[in-house]
Design a protein around this ligand. Structure first.
Ligand SMILES: [Zn+2]
Length: 262
């Protein structure tokens, strides 16, 4: 077995050494309990749903929204990645382009730039059984900073494998194997090398999704927490989140159901 293929076989199992990034049941419950503080409205009180995630930083400029959600709140969420550099530039870019979404940077900071009763574009042409065509007016977007798909560089003897981001020209800034996950085609995941979400990002993503559900359990459904790669039209137009996320989207939905209110 070559060095590369042994590294790849390590990367190949997305669960190996990755799962600690996800809270276990106890941690997830503790996390929810931690969120149930006085600044959070009682989710059982109809009409008092919070429109801002208590743990988010509010971006000083609002993203462009197009109207109110039909049910006054997202019915689920679409998990994306930015395919770019880390930071709030993805919010500035989204504002210029007329999009709206949460953003989770690599340190796990959650940014919110529009209230939760207003929808904005983030998914483009899209469809999903039960949701019809055009998903943006029903599901809130969550962008996560990663470089996206990366290119493995030719292996140089005695040097660690490196992976090139599409935008990076400085080889010293290429990614190491520890920051990259390879996956074969599986569920929503297209085969390839992905710049992974950090544990802090996955922790924040899970926390946000559990809160979105607990804040309005009658409208928000874990069954409608979808990958952009699951809903894009035509299929294959988008590859996010793919293997940037620790698990495939069907596995992620099953995980969320074990953690939060159903
Ligand atoms: Zn996307």
């Amino acid at each position: 077995m070559s060095i590369v293929s042994s590294i790849l076989s390590d990367l190949h199992d997305p669960f190996k050494d990755q799962l600690p990034a996800q809270p276990n049941t106890t941690e997830g419950q503790d996390f929810l309990r931690q969120l149930s503080n006085t600044e959070q409205p009682d989710p059982s009180q109809k009409g008092t749903r919070a429109l801002w995630y208590p743990l988010a930083k509010v971006y000083p400029q609002k993203m462009k929204t197009r109207g109110k959600y039909p049910n006054g709140y997202p019915e689920g969420a679409v998990v994306h990645f930015t395919a770019g550099v880390d930071g709030t530039g993805a919010l500035e870019q989204g504002i210029v382009n007329g999009f709206s979404y949460f953003l989770i940077t690599r340190d796990g900071t959650v940014w919110q730039a529009a209230p939760l009763d207003e929808w904005g574009f983030h998914a483009g042409p899209s469809t999903y059984p039960g949701l019809g065509n055009g998903i943006s007016p029903k599901l809130v977007g969550i962008e996560m900073c990663t470089a996206g798909i990366v290119d493995p560089q030719p292996v140089v003897a005695g040097q660690a494998p490196m992976f090139k981001q599409w935008y990076e020209r400085d080889p010293r800034k290429y990614l190491s194997a520890a920051e990259v996950r390879y996956s074969v085609k599986k569920d929503n995941i297209h085969s390839g090398y992905y710049h992974i979400y950090t544990p802090a990002q996955e922790h924040s993503l899970v926390g946000l999704l559990l809160w979105l559900k607990s804040n309005n359990p009658g409208v928000f459904s874990f069954d409608h927490v979808l990958g952009h790669d699951e809903i894009c039209v035509p299929p294959g137009r988008k590859v996010d989140p793919g293997a940037a996320l620790t698990m495939s989207m069907p596995e992620f939905r099953a995980f969320l159901k074990t953690q939060g209110p159903v």
